[in-house]
Design a protein around this ligand. Structure first.
Ligand SMILES: Cc1ncc(COP(=O)(O)O)c(C=O)c1O
Length: 385
């Protein structure tokens, strides 16, 4: 038995967790992207040590040891020649996306992004008067594909930026180098800047993470945004980084948000460095457990709910499910919450046309996951009867 198998709702319903407290007691919450697993013992020990040492002002540009560890990690991924001046520590990834949109574009500019997409991509574009242009990916059960043909037709003189989620939330795609090269060629041909959110890079189930900025012609035009929260399960501590070989791009983002970003917190930096340097095997263990949950969910759905459609999950612990075969699919989010007592993420905030799609978070114990799936099945079969 794996230690994660023993996780129980009563122990997870911690008073500080929004995941476990947003919905009424009795609901199994498989929504927001927190893992139910305890953090690595190595990270916890580093945090305790920092708590006992000093919580005064840290190095505002980042603990030097963290900057070294971040540069080393990016080097391993293939992003070479980075120096501390190419990195800007931000409060977390979403503020980094907002800073990038505001720094790289003006009001009225158009930004293309591939939907379905993690909703703050769309709000970071529209909240400050930019225009979100959606490029829906093409679904089939063999895998989500980029619609390159449609992409070409979306470009207008107002298009300034292509905004990528790499790996992609919520489809779970870990894009192939050849696909990313085609996107890079597209960005170059239309003289677009690129914002690449690579937060899920350490959560690869199958495949290899390719940083967008490592592709030919992309160094000078890409701002990468990433952070520690998904890989180390520490979203409550925040932390993020914007990376650009082209320091002018970073300067534009800094100017656009001057005074608003705050300085990095001591605990987020310690956690991040410890996570990057963790040799305990915690993350490998988490990935292997998530792979098991993914495989379990796929066979369970195929056996019990073959009407539900999904594509292979290559990265992240989030699975995007199509319930369109059932009556009134757009009401299912609420129906599951109220009747099945399972909390998922509803489709519409992820882009136009995703009513009837729901996102499920697989990073929980196998028991909780299977109980949630059984509740969903019972609820759907009762509706159909
Ligand atoms: C692609 C992506 N970007 C950003 C975030 C949020 O990052 P942060 O909490 O660091 O702002 C998430 C959270 O799930 C995400 O999936």
């Amino acid at each position: 038995m794996h230690p994660f198998d023993t996780l129980e709702p009563s122990q997870l319903r911690d008073r500080y967790s929004i995941k476990w407290n947003l919905y009424a007691e009795g609901v199994l919450p498989l929504w927001v992207a927190d893992m139910d697993f305890p953090i690595s013992g190595h990270v916890k020990a580093a945090l305790l040590e920092r708590l006992e040492s000093n919580l005064g002002y840290p190095f505002m540009a980042g603990d030097p040891q963290l900057m070294d560890a971040l540069i080393k990690k990016q080097f391993e991924y293939g992003l070479t020649d980075l120096e501390p001046k190419n990195l800007w520590l931000v409060s977390s990834v979403v503020p980094g996306l907002y800073a990038a949109v505001q720094g790289l574009t003006s009001v009225g500019d158009e930004i293309i992004t591939m939907t379905p997409i993690y909703p703050p991509f769309l709000t970071s574009i529209t909240d400050h008067g930019r225009v979100a242009v959606q490029n829906p990916m093409v679904f089939s059960e063999s895998g989500w594909q980029i619609d390159f043909e449609q992409l070409e037709g979306l470009v207008t003189p107002k298009t300034k930026v292509f905004m990528l989620c790499n790996p992609h939330n919520p489809t779970g795609r870990v894009f192939l180098k050849t696909e990313l090269e085609r996107l890079a060629e597209f960005a170059l041909r239309h003289d677009l800047l690129v914002i690449s959110d690579e937060l899920h890079a350490e959560l690869i189930l199958d495949g290899t993470h390719v940083p967008f900025a490592s592709l030919s012609g992309m160094r000078e035009r890409t701002v990468t945004v990433t952070g520690p929260c998904k890989a180390y399960n520490t979203a409550g501590l925040g932390g993020g980084v914007m990376i650009a070989h082209n320091t002018d791009l970073l300067e534009r983002c800094k100017r656009a948000t001057k005074g608003l970003m705050g300085h990095p917190t001591s605990l987020s930096m310690t956690m991040w460095q410890a996570g990057l340097e963790d040799k305990s095997g915690w993350r490998e263990d988490v990935l292997s457990y998530v792979r098991g949950n993914r495989d379990f969910t796929f066979s369970w759905l195929s056996a019990h709910l073959p009407e539900v459609k999904f594509a292979p999950l290559e990265g992240t612990y989030l699975l995007w499910l199509d319930f369109g075969a059932f009556p009134n699919p757009s009401g299912l989010y609420k129906h599951f919450l109220e009747v099945a007592k399972v909390g998922l993420n509803d489709g519409p905030p992820y882009g136009t046309g995703y009513a009837g799609w729901l996102r499920i978070n697989l990073a929980t114990s196998r028991n909780i996951l299977s109980e949630a799936l059984e509740r969903i099945e019972r609820c759907l079969r009762a509706t159909l009867d």
